[in-house]
Design a protein. Structure first.
Lengths: 238, 296
């Protein structure tokens, strides 16, 4: 979805968002509340520059607008695959972005993310997956990498992966599977503005994704392993 | 002197921490294996490639994790990630003096694709929760598989990174970049270039690692103890992150146009950059300390 169409639907009262080098920044209004908006568009790869631009905006929001909710709009093909980015320490730039989101959360900013087009791998870990809650549109693509590349690296035949992807949320891309595993809170199918208002009204609860994955049946061991270690037990609860 | 690089995760735990002090959570006898590998006919491990628990470091209580590069390159699957998260969350309850992460990993375990990606994200959040609780987190990177992918991000979410010159810390592996962008972009077979781009000495020069040591478990131990004593304020602050923002912006401004790590080192004012790869850790640190960038 085009980001202009998206933000018009999210903010019927109006929004002032600009695109610069495929980075989106600005603000929108819902009711009496101003929301800081940051994200990317055009499936842009997250390189050092893009990560730093988003971090700058988040720090500025924390500094100048304490407590203002932040909406992260996700559309990325993943981390930028260039020698330059690796040499400059892209992992440090992405960690910095993630830490800025965490600082905002701890400073009382509600953080909501929306995957409105693509979300892949490293580009997703420091954006949508850092939010209090990450939502997705029904047609969003969410994955680690394509099945052909996965087949090459894992040396599992692509036919087998395709077969498994039919009913196994671990392999199949798509928001439904991330929903089952707890990585996505909810899929927004209609009235985006109303959904956004609901999401902003929720309290931050800490990272409940393992529990969601268990409750929804898409990731049944994670929460039980965590619980066993917390309880100091050597066996998992049934 | 025993090589950190050549040791297994469990050998590192046994020798890096006070003798006999490591107590494991969910040990291999619990037999909690990956629920996903079986259907791919891939082997499983009874520890899913990571050991987590508590130990003593110079008589001080710490929580620890060690990833085993020998099992699927140390990659993070559902159980592996949950063990890390469980240990980190328990650390918040028990308030040890620090958490020490012995990272050796390719990042997300592709055999568990989506579950691995979410798990790495949960580890990242949990590391930051530990720091917010006032507990320092220290990462050690010196295994043969390096520290890549989302775990390369996690490493930089800690308070301090300790590397050996052989250690590699990055995001995407050179093979992945070569496949995606061509051999002229990054020649993965040029091992010297790979090392100059991702290795411990380069990361130390950039300020992305706080201590560079020789490939010895004893040296890693000494550096970890030193970090334990010097990390005062583990939590994130606006001032610190604004400072990091300025440092990274300056890095981009000063080196964004540079193609070759040697040129980057030269710009830093390091005399005779081509000689750096040959130096022992101690001599290297002595030579470059006044030239390295001061991130964090």
């Amino acid at each position: 979805m085009d980001w202009h169409t998206l933000t018009a639907a999210l903010f019927p009262q109006g929004a002032s968002i600009v695109e610069a080098h495929q980075v989106l920044t600005g603000e929108g209004t819902v009711g009496d509340t101003t929301i800081a908006v940051v994200g990317t568009t055009g499936h842009t790869p997250i390189g050092v520059d893009v990560a730093l631009a988003q971090a700058r905006f988040i720090l500025q929001t924390v500094r100048e607008h304490p407590g203002r909710p932040i909406l992260i709009l996700v559309d990325t093909q993943g981390q930028r695959l260039r020698h330059r980015d690796e040499m400059l320490g892209i992992n440090a730039f992405m960690a910095h972005l993630g830490k800025c989101v965490e600082l905002a959360r701890r400073s009382g900013h509600r953080i909501v993310a929306l995957v409105y087009d693509q979300a892949l791998s490293g580009g997703f870990i420091t954006s949508g997956l850092m939010a209090d809650a990450c939502y997705a549109l029904p047609h969003a693509t969410i994955r680690v990498m394509g099945l052909p590349a996965m087949a090459r690296i894992t040396k599992v035949p692509e036919e087998r992966l395709t077969e498994l992807a039919v009913d196994n949320p671990v392999f199949a891309p798509g928001p439904e599977n991330y929903l089952l595993m707890g990585g996505i809170q909810e899929i927004w199918r209609d009235d985006l503005s109303a959904r956004l208002i609901e999401a902003l009204a929720l309290e931050s609860t800490g990272d409940v994704r393992p529990a969601l994955g268990l409750a929804r049946g898409g990731r049944v061991l994670s929460q039980r392993v965590i619980a066993a270690i917390l309880a100091g037990q050597d066996t998992l609860a049934p | 002197m025993s090589s950190y690089l050549e040791s297994t995760a469990r050998e590192r735990l046994a020798r890096l921490f006070d003798a006999g002090s490591f107590q494991e959570f969910l040990p291999p006898s619990s037999r909690i294996v990956s629920p996903h590998l079986g259907q791919l006919n891939a082997p499983v491990a009874f520890d899913d490639g990571v050991a987590v628990g508590r130990a003593l470091l110079d008589n001080r209580p710490v929580f620890v994790a060690a990833q085993e590069g020998g099992f699927m390159g140390g990659a993070v699957g559902e159980v592996h990630g949950a063990k890390l998260v469980g240990m980190l969350r328990r650390a918040i309850l028990k308030a040890p003096d620090a958490v020490v992460l012995l990272l050796e990993t390719g990042g997300v375990r592709l055999h568990e694709a989506n579950a691995g990606l979410i798990a790495v994200s949960e580890v990242m959040r949990a590391v930051l929760d530990v720091r917010a609780a006032g507990i320092p987190v220290i990462a050690l990177v010196g295994g043969a598989n390096g520290c890549f992918g989302g775990m390369g991000i996690v490493a930089r979410c800690t308070n301090a990174v300790i590397m050996s010159e052989e250690g590699r810390l990055a995001m995407s592996g050179p093979e992945v970049i070569e496949t995606a962008s061509g051999v002229e972009e990054f020649d993965a077979r040029d091992r010297a270039l790979v090392w100059r781009t991702t290795g411990g000495k380069h990361r130390y020069l950039l300020g992305d690692c706080q201590a560079l040591v020789a490939d010895s478990i004893d040296d890693f131990r000494a550096a970890a103890i030193a970090q334990l004593e010097t990390t005062i304020s583990p939590a994130l602050t606006l001032d610190a992150l604004e400072q990091e923002q300025a440092l990274l912006a300056a890095r981009l401004e000063n080196f964004g146009h540079v193609r070759e790590p040697y040129d980057l080192w030269r710009t830093l004012g390091v005399p005779d950059p081509e000689a750096l790869p040959l130096l022992e850790a101690e001599a290297f640190v002595a030579l470059v300390d006044s030239h390295r960038l001061g991130a964090r």
